[in-house]
Design a protein around this ligand. Structure first.
Ligand code: 80O
Length: 390
């Protein structure tokens, strides 16, 4: 039966013009007293056991990496599979205030092999004018050989139980599939940086009446950014970038509430994990703009010439003086100079304003955003959404 699990969860549906109860934004269920939260883990099928994955342990991180790189999300045509790196996973799972026991694994009792994974990290997320401490749920992965054993619902219940034990009652997550009930449905877009490789591996197709050399020329970018004062972000920029981001994100209905510690942790450059840039006015030395992208390669499944697609994903961008179009073009220039093959973006925030003009093409799927135990009066347009999940 479709959604047999999800119909048991507080993930409300939109009552179209229901006369009766007037929908208001806010929690669907009230917090429980901690004594009422189930104290023991949920039951797993008999040959499996829970484990907490210590992300500071190199050996465990290697097991998590191996499970994900072989069994995590693939595109709709099963040509690509996300290949999150160990450094990226450690960074994504270790933000300020993280809870070690929200990094949940399932092992086979005999072999102790890691066969499933799910994570949560805490984040302050604003919905309308309310800042709520939520869990960002990510990296739900069940080994290909254990699919349709109904493991995912029990893993979701277990991470929910552990989140509740920390007195946190809301969560945010994304999925490529439609579940009850999206708060926004976003389209993803791709900007070719290395069109020849993208066409060779089947990520893109040569447009009708276009030759390969014409296509390469179409996507060519300058060697260097064009904006005066454009440079890599440094620790000394954190307070100004935080102020820029808070001011910019205030316009969106749902967005993270980032303070200095979050900006320092999430947005300072880490090679092969996250790149961020500021525009420092050459005269006033004021930081007027900010752009960033994170690194998420994909395994190219079954191609004899290439094994890896190097992809950059648009993260947070703020333009207050430089036109957003020019700022994002400089981000493309930096990604190309660092040998990325493609630059991906969702149609969230103000991204719509530059996608077509910077030669992004629409992807073939959608990314749906969800809030757990938090009702919004109506779904959001992507332009009202200011939250990027990894
Ligand atoms: C190109 O390799 C892929 C490998 C696996 C899946 C997909 C398609 C896809 N599902 N893409 C996205 O979800 C996506 C497209 C643009 C921007 N962010 C995205 O997802 C992010 C955010 C959610 N968690 C995964 C990474 C592509």
């Amino acid at each position: 039966k479709r959604h047999a699990f999800w119909e048991t969860q507080p993930v409300g549906q939109y009552k179209e013009g229901e006369k009766g109860e007037q929908q208001v934004d806010g929690p669907i269920e009230a917090p429980q007293p901690l004594s009422e939260v189930r104290q023991e883990p949920y039951n797993l099928p008999s040959n499996y056991e829970w484990c907490t994955c210590d992300i500071t342990d190199e050996k465990v991180m290697k097991e998590v990496y191996t499970l994900l790189t072989n069994n995590y999300v693939e595109d709709d045509d099963n040509m690509f599979r996300f290949d999150y790196s160990v450094e990226f996973l450690r960074w994504a799972l270790n933000p300020p205030g993280y809870f070690p026991d929200w990094h949940i694994g399932v092992r086979a009792k005999g072999s102790k092999k890691l066969v499933a994974f799910i994570t949560g990290v805490p984040a302050h997320i604003r919905a309308h004018d309310k800042i709520v401490l939520m869990a960002e749920i990510n990296f739900l992965c069940v080994h290909k050989k254990l699919r349709s054993k109904r493991l995912a619902p029990v893993m979701i219940k277990e991470v929910t139980r552990r989140v509740h034990l920390q007195d946190i009652w809301q969560a945010a997550y994304t999925a490529g599939v439609v579940l009850p009930t999206p708060i926004a449905t976003c389209q993803y877009w791709h900007r070719s940086l290395n069109p020849k490789k993208l066409i060779d591996v089947g990520f893109s197709r040569l447009a009708p009446r276009m030759t390969m050399s014409r296509t390469i020329k179409l996507y060519r970018l300058p060697e260097d950014p064009v904006t005066p004062g454009f440079r890599a972000m440094e620790r000394r920029d954190v307070p100004e970038v935080t102020r820029l981001l808070q001011g910019y994100l205030a316009q969106f209905t749902v967005a993270p509430h980032l303070v200095d510690d979050d900006v320092e942790y999430l947005l300072l450059p880490i090679e092969n994990v996250v790149n961020s840039y500021v525009v420092e006015n050459p005269d006033s030395h004021e930081i007027t703009d900010f752009c960033s992208f994170y690194t998420l390669p994909s395994t190219i499944i079954g191609n004899e010439n290439y094994s890896l697609l190097k992809a950059a994903y648009s993260y947070y961008n703020v333009a207050t003086v430089t036109p957003l179009l020019q700022l994002m073009n400089d981000a493309l220039i930096m990604a190309k100079s660092k040998d990325y093959d493609v630059f991906n973006a969702l149609d969230i925030m103000q991204n719509e304003s530059f996608l077509k003009e910077l030669k992004f093409g629409p992807g073939d799927g959608h990314l749906h955003y969800y809030l757990y135990n938090y009702r919004l009066k109506a779904p959001l347009r992507p332009a009202e959404l200011g939250l990027v999940l990894l």
